[in-house]
Design a protein around this ligand. Structure first.
Ligand SMILES: Nc1nc2c(ncn2[C@@H]2O[C@H](COP(=O)(O)OP(=O)(O)OP(=O)(O)O)[C@@H](O)[C@H]2O)c(=O)[nH]1
Ligand SMILES: [Mg+2]
Ligand SMILES: [Zn+2]
Length: 359
């Protein structure tokens, strides 16, 4: 990122201003986290990008991965004139956050990005589009207080009629969300994507590997700046080309964060996101005769009636039930684990204290 930026250009506004800890501003600069690659950071305090690391205190007082900076975060940092390694001391409160459960058995949060205004959820029309996965991404965005937009890439591969069907399918899933088909190849719809990108606002590209996230970024930059790779012939799966999360400034002043495609999309505790994305189902459930209706075989169940009548898709309902179960199971496991960790922490402290007394 070039020189001459100020904090407003990087997305700083009154929301963050009101939440600043002014006592820290004597010693530290405000900076935005531009890139994260494992444990190394790049930050920008309004001058230019500098590499940075975390102070030991931040690392040792962190209670969970949520306490570490991620791309898009505002931080209090020491930045030096000679461009040597900056030091990140603390986080400014976050306006929004994208998280998922770490892949595999472990129950922990993984941070994807913070302070995102719009989530650009991308599915490609070469066979990658999947309504149930789209619902998962929508929950992820809504849970984090982020406005989603659905982008359908590779529209050049479909006829106008096929395209219309695909768009209608997405609109049925998320009626109040913009759904934009586009093509990086023939550039149709790119204007509509550009129109979404506002100066000083930050978007985050989300979607499976190979859907064309990085190619879109290159289209927006009008230049093949970032590496892309063809998808596999047999199943159109991507090759996990992007590995680093980074924030890129576009010419019009908007910022876009490219992310690596995710294989697993679970989450912990997303009740709020689920209620927003599946508001049709929660509204139906309110009409069931019994307030504790399990929506299986009860008389007077509005949910099963809607499925029978064809106004609610059975697959959508199953996905809702599955995500709800997962979310509460993961939440319980997470709380249990935290409780054990705390008990363990207390035990260690009391052992250390006793030892101290003996000496
Ligand atoms: N036909 C067609 N192909 C496209 C389009 N956009 C991207 N592609 C191709 O899709 C492949 C994957 O694109 P990438 O941009 O690398 O995908 P990605 O989403 O960034 O993937 P990861 O970085 O692995 O998460 C490349 O071969 C692109 O040329 C498009 O609009 N139409
Ligand atoms: Mg990529
Ligand atoms: Zn019911």
């Amino acid at each position: 990122m070039g020189g001459g930026m100020n904090l407003d250009d990087l997305g700083f506004d009154s929301w963050f201003q009101e939440r600043l800890d002014h006592s820290r501003l004597d010693d530290f600069n405000l900076a935005r986290v531009i890139a994260v690659d494992k444990n190394s950071y790049v930050i920008n305090s309004g001058v230019h990008d500098v590499p940075a690391e975390l102070t030991g205190r931040l690392i040792y007082t962190a209670d969970s991965p949520l306490d570490f900076p991620t791309v898009g975060d505002w931080v209090y940092a020491q930045v030096f004139d000679d461009d040597s390694l900056g030091i990140i001391h603390a986080l400014v409160p976050r306006r929004s956050i994208l998280t998922r459960k770490t892949p595999g058995k472990k129950i922990a949060f993984q941070l994807i990005a913070a302070n995102i205004d719009t989530a650009l959820i991308m599915q490609s029309l070469d066979g990658n589009d999947n309504p149930r996965r789209l619902e998962r991404y929508l929950v992820m965005a809504r849970e984090g207080n982020i406005e989603p937009v659905v982008l359908l890439s590779k529209s050049d591969l479909l006829s106008p009629a096929e395209l219309e069907t695909k768009v209608a399918e997405c609109v049925r899933i998320t009626p109040h969300t913009a759904v934009i088909p586009f093509s990086n190849t023939d550039r149709s719809g790119i204007d509509r994507v550009t129109d979404l990108l506002m100066p000083g606002k930050t978007c985050c590209l989300l979607g499976s590997s190979g859907v064309g996230k990085t190619t879109l970024l290159n289209s927006l930059l009008n230049d093949a700046v970032f590496k892309t790779q063809t998808v596999r012939e047999k199943d159109h799966k991507g090759r996990h080309t992007t590995t680093r999360r980074q924030l890129i400034h576009l010419e019009n002043g908007a910022m876009v964060i490219d992310t690596p495609g995710m294989r697993e999309l679970g989450n912990i505790s997303v009740a709020h996101g689920l209620n927003e994305v599946f508001e049709d189902i929660t509204a139906l459930a309110d009409q069931c005769r019994f307030s504790d209706c399990s929506h299986t075989r009860e008389d007077g169940c509005a949910v099963t009636a809607a499925i029978r009548e064809g106004t609610l898709s059975a697959e959508r309902f199953q996905n809702y039930v599955k995500m709800k179960r997962e979310s509460s199971f993961n939440e319980m496991s997470y709380l249990e684990k935290r409780r054990k960790d705390k008990d363990f922490g207390k035990m260690v402290k009391s052992v250390l204290k006793q030892r101290g007394q003996k000496r």
